[in-house]
Design a protein around this ligand. Structure first.
Ligand code: ATP
Ligand code: FE
Length: 364
């Protein structure tokens, strides 16, 4: 099977063609970071215009790169939600028209299901079978989400916990901006990658005791995340207490390192709670801990989570960084998984900007 995936939920316009034997035939991504950065964040209406401008070219280029026409495809998969309300229809409408004109099945994809299933495309194994097998635990850490869930099957997810305030990527981005890290220059990964780079040469111990440990005083046994207090604490260090000189690279690195370490320690504590609970509850044993979303490209997070997973005898699986941020490949792959499970949609489906992952269970 060959499926075209289209993604326009946020600020990246992307399309890709992926096969059921796990080959990526082509992929094109157009980002808009340069357009949004002067505004201090993504402006949805501008992002939507960017998609309108870029998507036609992105799709035709994707087909050309793969050397295929619409007729060679077995389905069109497109992100239906969750995402920015003015952006989602650009992709969905394009996908619908292509599917209807070419008389191909249409698959409306849940963006977070796609992030969760990416590992089953990219995990290397001898039989070239989708792996990890269900059930596995997934941590999705991105600009818009911090979600811990158990993937029981395609379309069957139990949400174990999410963030009470900021997503971890959002807190990272705001902190990177506060520290005035320079992250443009055309690299992917954005502010988070710049923060990681700054933290590499930092000593976390210097500011560690000045940062609050999220949800450790109360709520120790609740599976939920909170990052806004931590983000504000860094802002206080910089803006009110003036303990950090932003012109001193060592100061910046030290606080970046402390912030990053506190984030991952908080995440680790909650995953441990969840693993303890799931190992007892699940009839079928978990096969892996999967970590995806843009923040999963962080090397410190990966190494520490690998150790954590290892202590539960689980492999840690992280898709390659370029497939952890938003991309059309994961949408195409989720489309393949759903198509193989017999889950296709009507040409009349609409976007779902807010779409709880758990509601997929009750859809069909
Ligand atoms: P969502 O997928 O929830 O809608 P999104 O599209 O913003 O949100 P992604 O593209 O998956 O999310 O990830 C972007 C986030 O990942 C940003 O917050 C970015 O700073 C962060 N990020 C990227 N690379 C790194 C890194 N090396 N370390 C930490 N964070 C990173
Ligand atoms: Fe995403």
């Amino acid at each position: 099977l060959r499926v075209l995936g289209i993604e326009t939920s946020c600020d990246d316009t992307s399309a890709a063609i992926v096969t059921s034997d796990r080959q990526i035939l082509s992929e094109v991504i157009r980002g808009q970071q340069e357009m949004h950065e002067p505004m201090g964040g993504i402006v949805p209406t501008l992002a939507s215009k960017g998609h309108s401008r870029n998507l036609p070219g992105v799709i035709s280029e994707t087909l050309e790169l793969a050397g295929l026409t619409l007729q060679d495809l077995d389905a069109i998969a497109v992100t239906r939600g969750p995402g920015l309300p003015p952006c989602l229809p650009v992709g969905l409408n394009a996908g619908k028209v292509l599917a209807a004109v070419a008389k191909k099945p249409l698959i409306g994809v849940h963006h977070m299901e796609a992030h969760a299933l990416t590992a089953r495309l990219t995990t290397k194994n001898k039989l070239n079978r989708p792996e990890p097998a269900f059930p596995f635990m997934t941590l999705l850490i991105s600009g818009g989400h911090t979600l811990l869930l158990t993937a029981n099957d395609i379309g069957d997810y139990d949400q174990l916990g999410s963030t009470l305030d900021n997503a971890v990527g959002e807190a990272i981005d705001k902190t990177a901006r506060l520290l005035q890290l320079d992250w443009l220059k055309g690299r992917r990964g954005g502010p988070g990658a710049a923060l990681e780079k700054a933290a590499l040469t930092g000593d976390p111990e210097r500011f560690m005791s000045r940062l609050p440990k999220p949800m450790l005083e109360r709520n120790t046994s609740v599976i939920a995340f909170s990052f806004s207090g931590l983000k504000s604490a860094v802002a206080r260090l910089v803006e009110t207490e003036k303990l950090i000189d932003l012109n001193n690279p060592q100061d910046v690195s030290d606080v970046a390192a402390a912030f990053q370490l506190t984030c991952i320690q908080h995440i680790e504590q909650k995953i441990k709670l969840a693993l303890n609970q799931e190992v007892v509850k699940n009839k079928k044993p978990l096969t892996a801990l999967v970590v995806s979303g843009g923040v999963a490209s962080n090397t410190l997070f990966r190494t520490r989570l690998e150790t954590l997973a290892g202590s539960y005898n689980l492999p840690l699986i992280c898709p390659p960084p370029q497939l952890c941020t938003d991309n059309g490949v994961m949408i195409a792959w989720a489309g393949i998984e759903r198509l193989q499970a017999g889950l296709v949609d009507d040409y009349t489906i609409t976007t779902l900007p807010k779409w709880p992952l758990e509601s997929l269970k009750f859809r069909e």
